[in-house]
Design a protein around this ligand. Sequence first.
Ligand code: SAH
Length: 345
Amino acid sequence: MNDITSKDLNEIEKVIGEYGESKFRAKQIFEWLHKKMVWNYDQMTNLSGLLREKLKKDYPIGEIKILKKYISSLDGTIKYLFELEDSHIIESVLMRYKHGNSVCISSQVGCQMGCKFCASTIGGLVRNLTAGEMLAQVYLITQDIQERVSNIVIMGSGEPLQNLDITMRFVKMINSPEGQNIGQRHITISTCGLVPAIYQLADEMPQLTLAVSLHAADDEKRKEIMPIANKYSIEELTKACKYYTEKTGRRITFEYALIEGENDSIEDAKYLGELLRGMMCHVNLIPVNKVEERNYKSSHSSSIKKFIHQLNAYGIQTTLRRKLGADIDAACGQLRNRYIKERGE
Ligand code: SAH
């Protein structure tokens, strides 16, 4: 792997060792890349010209640039489209909250999971992102807004637990004191429910926040909207979630997109209430974002109210997600699809 932006400090030390340079050069390089967020060897002024030339040749840094930027006039949410070195396009979102700036990043180009209501999966999976490409989304946004990013949610396009190694590498690197030093507690990973990876995450990164996209509380309904439900039953999924809460002492967030006539009845709410009763969790209800290519509609506000009321009766904490950036297509994968369509691909 000659991608230096995805290498941790130990790995850069190895590179430097092979060059016969002193070890502290590795820390300098790591800090340029991940603390100062400078991805250009020419600007790494404390390295010798010779070392910079070697690095340029052996470890070229791929260019990632902001292709487009859409600013919501409603709430200051900014949606970014980035172009990667191989000209694939990904998207990220900056959300501004009272408690700080939060960035939602993508983990893959496209997605293989096939959820029926989701725009990211329409063209299938193109490729995984590298840890460096995940980091670049955060760095480019930080530089663009000239403010610190305090929270990260891996909830953009892609399934982050399909490549747990890459996702964990990203977390460790963004966590690093020689880098941005963003604590695990400020990072949320969202998954459609890859059960074995949930166990692994609970064991290896117990301080992260886990969000699980549930969207239906019985298997048959879930299978209709989420193909992953054919692989793992709700029973297996909730068992893994309980293991997670017991092992980590951390509350899980269940995401539930309300789709009119599909999963938003009182019966659905009762099912969900029964399933989650007594679990250390929180339900995040999201009125489904309309996706042009799909015919799902968001639930009426009257059904949403009844749904929340029913869940509360089971003692389950519930929030209705505020729609941020409603004027700029801020839902998963929508912007990339529109851009690609307009470009005529
Ligand atoms: N693959 C991961 C992360 C990416 S999707 C996962 O499934 O969790 C991020 C979240 O957006 C998921 O909860 C997903 O179900 C939700 N989502 C996708 N399309 C949506 C839409 N049209 N309306 C509302 N939520 C949507």
